[in-house]
Design a protein around this ligand. Sequence first.
Ligand code: ARG
Ligand code: ZN
Length: 876
Amino acid sequence: IVKRRLDYEKPDFLISETALTFDLFPEKTVVTSVLLVKRQNTKASHITLDGEELCLVSVSVNDKALSSDEYELNASGLKLCIDCDSVELKIVTEINPKQNTSLEGLYYTQDAYCTQCEAEGFRKITYYLDRPDVLSIFTVTIRTTDAPNKYLLSNGNLVKRYKEGDTDIAVWHDPHPKPSYLFALVAGDFDLLVDTFITRSGRVVNLELYLEKGRLQQGQHALDSLKKAMKWDEDTYGLEYDLDVYMVVAVDFFNMGAMENKGLNVFNSKFVLADAKTATDEDFFNIESIIAHEYFHNWTGNRVTCRDWFQLSLKEGLTVFRDQQFSADMSSYLSTRISQVKVMREHQFVEDTGPMSHPIRPDEVMEMNNFYTVTVYDKGAEVIRMLHTLLSAEGFRKGMDLYFARHDGEAVTCDDFVDAMATANNMDLQHFRQWYSQSGTPLIAVSKKENDLAATTEFTFTQVNPKTADQKEKSPLFVPIVAEFLDTSGKVVDAPSLTNSSIIVNEQHNSFSVEGTNLTPVLLDKFSAPVVIDYDYSIPELLHIIRYASSSYAKWDASQRVFSACIQARYAMQISNATPRGDKLINNRNTLDVQGVLSEYANVLVNADIEGDVLVELLSLPSTETARTGLKTIDPIAFEDASEYVQKSFAEHIGGHALACLSASQVATYQYSVEQVNQRALNASWLKLAVLNEDTRNAALLEIEQRYIQSDNMTDRLNCLKVCQIENIDLFDKLMSSFEQEFGHDAVIMDKWFGLHATTKRVDILAQLDLLRAHGQFTINNPNKVRALIGSFAFYNTLGFHQKHGAGYKYLGDYLLDLDKVNPQVASRIVTPLLQFESFNEPYKSLMKSQIERIFTSKGLSRDLFEKASKALTSS
Ligand code: ARG
Ligand code: ZN
C-alpha cells in the first residue's frame, strides 16, 4: 500500500473532456460521466480508473454497454479494455452523500451538498483517472427537484440555468483544463454577498460570497480581503484572474481551512465569517491570509499544478510563502514573521523529531491526506523564502516569470520550479535542492575564537544533521544565516565578507572571520533558514542583543532564549534525570540565578525605549516546544511547573508596572487596524502579568471583569477569559456561562468556548469533557467541534492530557477509535500528540505508546491512522 515517488510513470491515457451530470438526492445521487479518453501509450490495452465506495450502474464504450464480464471491478477501481487511440466512455454510478461523514467526495450536511476532492476524493464521486497530471476540460450539469437547492454551483462559468418540469438545472463550463482534485460542486440555499473587481487588463470579475442565511454582514471582511489579494498579486507578481466569476462558499462542516477549486473556493466558515463582536483579531488575520492563500493558488496550483502528490510542496510551500508576503504587507512584518517562526519551532521541528518526519517532498506515502503537513506547507514556504533571500526580490520575480512562461497549463515538479529559478538567475542551485529531499532540522553549532594579536574573531559553524525516523544518512545542507556582530558599545561592526548580510554554511565546518574582538553575534536574524542555532550565549550577551540589535526580530529571538534558559534552569533544579542532547541553550544552565536574570531582564524592558509592537513580543514566554530546545526528553508536568514558575516570577518583577500601563491605555471603538491590534495585544499581556503579580492581582481581576462586560469586541473578551482561566476559576466559570448565554446559538463562536473549557486546569477535566460532548452544539460529525474540544485538550491541556496514570491518553485513544469510523482525516490529525511519546520521560512515554499500540491493533482501522500508528511503533 506504500506509494513511492520514484515509481512515477506517465499516464497511459488522458481525458481531454469530461462531462458530468449530477441528479442530486441526499441518499442516492446519480452521477453520469462521459469521458473523451485519449490513449498516450500505444502499448496500453487496458485502462484502470480509480473509484472507491461507489455503486456502479452501467458502463459503456462508444455507446456500447459493457456486460459485467467485460470489466473488472474491485474496491479501488474499474479496469476495462481500450485498444484504440480515442473512445467515449460513459459511466453511471450512484453515491450516498448523506451517509458520507468522511467529508471527502460529495457530502450532504445542513441541507446543502458540498464536495472536497483534494487529494483523492474525486474517486468517491465517479470512476476516473484521479491523478493531478490528467488535465481535462469539464462541463457539469446539476439537476435537482429539491426546492431548497436554490444555488447550483460548479467550476468556471455558468452556461445556463433553466427548469424542466419541476427539475432545476444548471450547466457550468470551465474552459481551463484541470485535474479532478480541483473539481467542486455546491448546491443549497445561501445569502449572497456580491461585488466586482476589474483586473488591470480590464476584465470585470464578479465576486460572489455564499454565506449561511442571515450572516451577510459577517462576510464583508473576507470580501475586502479578496479584493486586496487580487490587487496584490497583480502588483507583486503580475498575475491576473482568468474567469468572469470568483465564488467563495462558506460551510460549517469542513475537514480543513479551505480549498482552491477553480473559480469555486469552498471555505470552512470559521475562515470567512467575522465581525468585531464575534471574531478576534487573530480570526480577522487568518481570514485575510486564507482568502489570499486560496486566491493565490489560482496561479500557483491551478494554472500550474503538480505532476504527482509527492510534489505537493510545489504548490503549497510556494503559496504559503506568497500568502506570508501578502500578510506582512497588509499588517506588520514583525508579528507575522514571529508567528510563522512559532509554527516552525512548535510544530514543524516537533514533526521532524517524531515518526512522521519527512522531507518537504516526501518519498513514500500510504495515505496522501496525511501529508498536508507543517513540513510540506510551512517548511516548504521557508525553503522558498531562502530562495527569495538568495536571489533577492527581483531575482525571485524573474524566476517566477520564467516558471509561468514555461509551465502555464502544465503539471510539473519541484525540480521544474528550481530549474526556472536557476536559469532565470543564471545561478547554480544544485546544492540547495537538497532541502527538497532531506528531512530533519539541521543544528548549527557555533563557536568563537578571538585572535588578540590580529584583533579579529573567528566563528566556526559546525553543521549537525541528526538522523530522523525516515532517513539515517544525512549530508550538510546549504544554509544562509543572516548575521550581524555587535561591539561592546552596541554598534554593528562592518563585516565585508557577508554575502547579502548572510553567512553561507554549506559544509560540515565553515569558518568565518570578523574584524574586532569582544563581539556579540546576532545569528539567524529573521529566521533566515529553518535550523536551530546552538551557540553558548551568556545572559549579558542576550541582554546586549535586546538593547542594541538593529532588528526587532533578533531582540525577540534573544528574549526567547532568556526565558528558555530560566525555564530550563528551574526545570533542571526540579528534576534529576534531565538529559541534555549535548548542545547547550545557554552557559551554565544549571547554576543560573533565575530571579536575578528575570529582574535584570524586566529592568531592560522597563527602561529601554521599546516600541509597543516589539514590547508585546518581548513580554511573552516561549511555548514548551521552544523552551525545551536541546532536551531530548522531558517530564511534561515538571516542565510545565518550571514554566509557570518563570512566568510568575517575571510577573513579580514587572507586574507593578503592568497595571499602570494598562489603565493608561484608551478604549476605542473596535477596528481591525495594525495600531489597534497591537494595543489590544499589549493590554492582554499587561493584564496577564498584573494578575500574576501578588500586589496587583485583585485590582487586575476587577479590571478583567469590567473589561469583559464593557468590551465591544471578541478579542478583549477572549483575552479576559484566558487570564482568569489560569488564575481565577470562579470568575472564569461565571464569565463562561454568560458567554454561553450570549453566544450559545452560534456554532462558530461556540468553538472558542469549547476550546477554553478543554484547556482548563481541573482535576475533573475528563468528566468535564464528557459533559461538553453532550452539549447541544457538540457533534462528533463536525470537525470544528472535534478540534475545538478534543483537539485543544490533547494539544494544549498539558496537565489534563499528561496525567500520571495515563487517563488523559486513554481518553484520547478511546475517542480516536470512535472518530476514526466517522472521519478518518480528522482522527489522523488529532492523534499527533500521542505520536510524540519518544520525547517524554517514563512513565509518560510507555503510557502514550500503549495507546498507539491499542489503536494499531484495533479492527477496521482507517489507512490514515494505520500509517501513523505503524510508523510510530516501528520507529520507536
Ligand atoms: N489545498 C488546500 C489548501 O491548501 C488544502 C487541501 C487539504 N486537503 C487535505 N486532504 N487535507 O488550501
Ligand atoms: Zn494551499
